[in-house]
Design a protein. Structure first.
Length: 625
């Protein structure tokens, strides 16, 4: 028995017991250190995080500043809107929730999921990630009814921009849209879901109009439901602004441009304030504020009449005969035109083998500067342009504000083109020719201007030579940007030429006569393409729409110390007097007689039919002469 059992051999090794005891002690020490780290060293931080899990903060959107016209009429306001978001921290199954949102809203599941995946890195897990920015009332009611059954849903209130007159002021006001990746990256103060100005005044005065967000703190339970809420910081609305525009005058201008493509600019000649800035065709700013669909965008983008383009500042045109006042000013400034000297107009003049024709086939006979301006004699200005050359004409044109931006508070303004010898050589690799001088002298050739430049120039003739910055805000101070290089006598000749163009029996702007108002005007017909002899023989109504000349009318009007300048351009309107003249006459009647004259319905119907035919027909371009 003693051989089978040995007590000494059955005892546990002493080293093993010590090792086990050391391991147990080390484990307790590790727990103790960890407990000290969590409860004492980081206790305050973790307590704060625990509190944050119970208390959350949310930004409160601030309304954009209101926009009014010069008489206080509201143009842009804010209305309540509701967005739908997902709080990832509270949502047990995001895919299932996104699918249910697609069912409720009728939106594509894959598009919603792609939006969620795209923006999830920009939003914290406890913040709502917006997947539907604008809910209809029916969708809102349906989701609210089922909200408690779907943890993680968050309905967020936000003010939505409403443009009360839609298409009427779209090119001036612009629109707002949700900030994109580039804007979010460039501006740290923007957050996902913020709306920013994209065009017009909304873009140019974004910082002034956006306001400051508020902050709300609320308590949630384990299911993410709100229990208590308090406001930490109230939102501050953006600044309200008043435009210099007159809403009723803007309506009148747009009514006369109905079914046309063109623009009207009306400027106070003494302050530079714009009373109207109309462009047609237009678009509805509300479509962008509520979220433009791809079909809507494609329709706007592919429209051949380019309704998104602000024709007053972004479209450039040959000025035609309204440029003759610039050429006359250059001749008077350089002492190369004697107002009493006469030129014989036989209906055409030759330069080498080329024949340059006057608009009146039989000619005007003997004409001096006054009669050349009143009856718009081309031959007179051909000969003056030949003497002046491009150097003097372009120098004076630059001094008159052409060939450069006016500085209006609107984006994407064009400078136009005032050609020089150097410009043509660089642009086409060709030297300046004698015929180029003749074309430039009547506002054709390479010269291109905007309607806003035209109205500023004619305002300077009315106010004594001051080139004023065009102003869109009622509280902006008048800013003189330059002065016409003409003495009082030369300015009086140009001004008198405008007035007699209206008052004289042979004047081309006779339709602008207004009892009790001093009115001056200048018509212009800007050739779009060089036409073949065949097309030249066609009657006006037979000429294809896209080949018809543009119609200009520029005017000044004064009564009881109030002075205005007006410029109207009707694309393919054929003749300045008949195409643009009625628009300018209606503006003068409104400004000085408080009379509203609407465009006749038969005129609208005719314009509508002509435009519809032009858009439908696939016309061939004419050959050059």
């Amino acid at each position: 028995m003693s051989d089978l059992y040995n007590e000494s051999e059955q005892q546990a090794p002493r080293a093993g017991l010590l090792l086990l005891q050391a391991l147990i002690l080390g484990l307790f020490c590790l727990f103790a250190v960890r407990l000290w780290y969590l409860q004492i060293h980081r206790g305050e931080d973790f307590a704060l995080k625990a509190k944050e899990n119970q208390l959350r903060q949310e930004s409160v959107f601030s309304p954009r500043g209101l926009i009014r016209d010069r008489n206080g009429e509201l143009l842009a306001v804010n209305e309540p809107a509701y967005a739908l978001g997902i709080v990832r921290e509270d949502c047990p199954d995001v895919d299932r929730l996104v699918h249910q949102i697609a069912v409720w809203t009728g939106k594509d599941y894959f598009a919603l999921k792609a939006l969620y995946n795209k923006n999830r890195k920009r939003v914290k897990p406890f913040e709502p990630l917006i997947v539907v920015p604008d809910l209809t009332f029916e969708q809102l009611a349906l989701i609210e009814t089922n909200k408690l059954r779907w943890p993680g849903l968050e309905i967020q209130y936000r003010p939505r921009r409403l443009y009360r007159y839609g298409m009427l002021l779209a090119h001036v006001l612009g629109y707002v849209a949700e900030a994109d990746e580039e804007e979010l990256g460039a501006r740290p103060d923007l957050a996902l879901g913020d709306y920013v100005g994209r065009q017009g005044i909304e873009l140019m005065l974004e910082d002034r109009m956006r306001g400051i967000k508020g902050l709300t703190q609320y308590e949630v339970d384990v299911n993410g439901r709100r229990l208590k809420e308090r406001v930490l910081k109230h939102p501050q609305a953006g600044h309200e602004i008043s435009l210099s525009l007159d809403l009723e005058l803007q309506k009148l201008c747009m009514d006369w441009l109905a079914e046309e493509a063109g623009s009207v600019a009306v400027m106070d000649a003494d302050t530079g304030q714009l009373w109207a800035l109309a462009t047609a065709p237009s678009y509805d700013s509300n479509d962008f504020a509520s979220g433009l669909s791809s079909d809507q965008w494609a329709k706007l983008r592919d429209n051949p009449l380019h309704p998104m383009q602000n024709r007053v500042i972004q479209s450039v045109y040959p000025p035609g005969s309204i440029f003759k006042h610039v050429v006359a000013g250059a001749g008077l400034h350089y002492g190369m035109i004697d107002p009493n000297e006469t030129v014989f107009c036989s209906g055409s003049t030759k330069l080498g083998r080329r024949v340059f024709r006057c608009w009146r086939k039989g000619g005007h006979g003997k004409v001096d500067l006054r009669r050349a301006l009143v009856e718009s004699c081309d031959v007179y200005f051909y000969k003056q342009g030949k003497k002046l050359t491009v150097d003097r004409m372009s120098e004076f044109a630059f001094a008159a504000g052409f060939g450069e931006k006016t500085g209006i508070r609107l984006p994407h303004e064009k400078a136009g083109i005032i050609p020089t010898k150097e410009w043509k050589l660089k642009r086409f690799g060709e030297s300046w020719q004698g015929g180029d001088n003749l074309n430039m002298s009547i506002g054709q050739g390479y010269t291109l201007v905007t309607p806003l430049q035209v109205v500023r120039f004619f305002a300077s003739i009315a106010n004594g030579g001051k080139l004023l910055k065009p102003l869109l805000l009622k509280d902006e101070k008048t800013e003189v940007q330059g002065t016409l290089p003409l003495d009082a006598g030369a300015l009086a000749i140009l001004r008198r030429g405008l007035i007699e163009t209206v008052e004289d029996a042979h004047g081309t702007a006779r339709r602008l006569r207004t009892k009790g108002v001093v009115v001056g005007g200048k018509t212009g017909t800007a050739q779009v393409v060089r036409l073949t002899d065949e097309i030249k023989e066609l009657k006006d109504d037979e000429i294809p729409y896209r080949f018809r000349d543009h119609a200009w009318m520029a005017a000044i009007a004064e009564k009881d110390g109030r002075r205005f300048a007006i410029a109207c351009l009707v694309e393919h309107g054929l003749h300045g007097g008949s195409g643009a003249g009625p628009v300018v006459k209606a503006v003068i009647d409104y400004l000085f007689l408080n009379k509203i004259t609407h465009k006749p319905e038969e005129a609208k119907a005719k314009a509508r039919a002509v435009r519809a035919l032009s858009l439908k027909a696939k016309e061939k371009k004419p050959h050059a002469d």
